[in-house]
Design a protein. Structure first.
Length: 405
């Protein structure tokens, strides 16, 4: 633990220095510093608290079905939601499903002790990753019910390396490890962890919930009516370098495209529109009575992409030419076959969607054209493959809730 704690203190020093120059890091540092005092102020004697920790926004979406199940069915529990990343906290700091939302203070021995002493949680859920050794050590010493949910383990992780003894030890904190697949269970068995259960991924439950409460969007409905429409979600510039030529050459065939860039700053929107030779419009420039006699609708706002998918025939999911693809399940739940770039192999659902015929990976403009044309021509078959893939993987939240609450 000495080396681990030395690293944490070096990281703390780096954060202190960088916070003077980076406003995002400054937000994180200030939030971490005030978290324990905030909890001490809010927590009342006699209250029963559940602590749920998500590293960032993606993990929050995985934990959200469980948070809302506890909220609605066990109102006697107060819920603390913590984030490590500003990209999670700053977007969800006003989320109504939790009683208190804070940053997680840095994992020093002192912070971990004080945090647990002040909060006194009855149950703790860690979503997917985040193995903070001091926090887990304090939870284990205090015999606090601790679970990890939607986790996935790979041989490359330190638990399975010769130097990973302290990480292996931390896994003993969890009463049950609710993992996504049988491969994770088998890996954990090789290091003596026998309390792992493969229940799947709570994201399937989340996207199903989202679809059941999707917004109706009159502008989008009118734009897509009587047209085969491709929905491009969370696109980056490398994605748009392939999307623009396709729609530029296929708009005359009656195909339309909705593009929702991952970032919607004006300079990004201008970069996208400079690639288009066909007619386009910005979502925020329209109202319910606007004419939709154009070929590309650009979503220059956030918060509606998951509802937009219901109006499409095929989806393109961005990020596959960068560090990894974004959420394929939000499209697949609506029965949209999905297309994405080559960096998808770490995403189990993407691999399995390809296997069942609900997705294709592409690497260049020609493959992009072939994938879109194929899915448009054979839509009913592959749409059903995508829809059924999601439908057959729901239920992880039910199991976790039933066994832990």
């Amino acid at each position: 633990m000495f080396i681990y704690n030395l690293f944490i203190h070096l990281y703390k020093s780096a954060i202190c220095i960088l916070s003077f120059f980076n406003p995002t890091i400054r937000l994180m540092r200030n939030g971490e510093s005030s978290a324990i005092n905030t909890i001490a102020t809010k927590r009342k004697k006699g209250e029963r608290w559940v602590w749920i920790h998500a590293a960032s926004l993606g993990e929050f979406e995985q934990g959200r079905p469980l948070i809302e199940r506890i909220r609605h069915q066990k109102p006697e529990y107060k819920i603390l939601l913590t984030f490590f990343s500003p990209s999670g906290f700053e977007i969800r700091k006003n989320y109504a499903g939790a009683d208190l939302i804070t940053y997680l203070p840095l994992d020093t021995p002192r912070n971990a002790r004080r945090f647990i002493e002040v909060l006194r949680p009855e149950k703790v859920y860690i979503v997917k990753y985040e193995f903070w050794l001091n926090y887990l050590s304090v939870l284990r010493k205090n015999n606090i019910e601790t679970y990890i949910i939607s986790a996935i383990f790979r041989p490359s992780q330190p638990f399975f390396k010769w130097y990973g003894s302290i990480f292996r030890q931390c896994l003993k904190t969890f009463r049950t490890l609710y993992v996504q697949n049988d491969e994770s269970v088998a890996l954990l068995n090789t290091i003596g962890i026998s309390n792992a259960v493969a229940v799947g991924d709570t994201r399937f439950d989340r996207v199903t919930d989202i679809a059941s409460t999707a917004k109706q969007l009159p502008i989008v409905s009118q734009f897509t009516q009587n047209h085969t429409t491709i929905i491009a979600g969370s696109s980056w510039d490398p994605d748009e370098q392939l999307l623009a030529p396709y729609i530029n050459s296929h708009a005359a065939d009656g195909i339309r495209m909705i593009i929702a860039p991952h970032h919607v700053e004006p300079e990004r929107i201008a970069q996208l529109t400079s690639r288009l030779t066909c007619r386009f419009a910005l979502y925020t420039d329209l109202n319910d009575n606007s004419k939709t006699d154009f070929d590309v609708l650009i979503i220059n706002t956030i918060g509606i992409l998951s509802s937009i998918y219901q109006y499409g025939k095929v989806a393109y999911i961005g990020g596959g030419f960068g560090v990894g693809i974004h959420n394929t399940l939000e499209a697949a739940v609506w029965g949209l076959p999905v297309v994405f770039g080559p960096n998808y192999h770490k995403f189990r659902e993407a691999c399995e969607l390809i296997e069942c015929g609900g997705a294709k990976s592409i690497s260049n403009e020609q493959e992009c054209t072939e994938a879109f044309d194929y899915f448009i021509s054979n839509n009913p078959q592959h749409a059903e493959s995508a829809r059924q893939y999601v439908a057959t993987h729901i239920g992880a939240t039910d199991i976790i809730y039933r066994e832990t609450i």
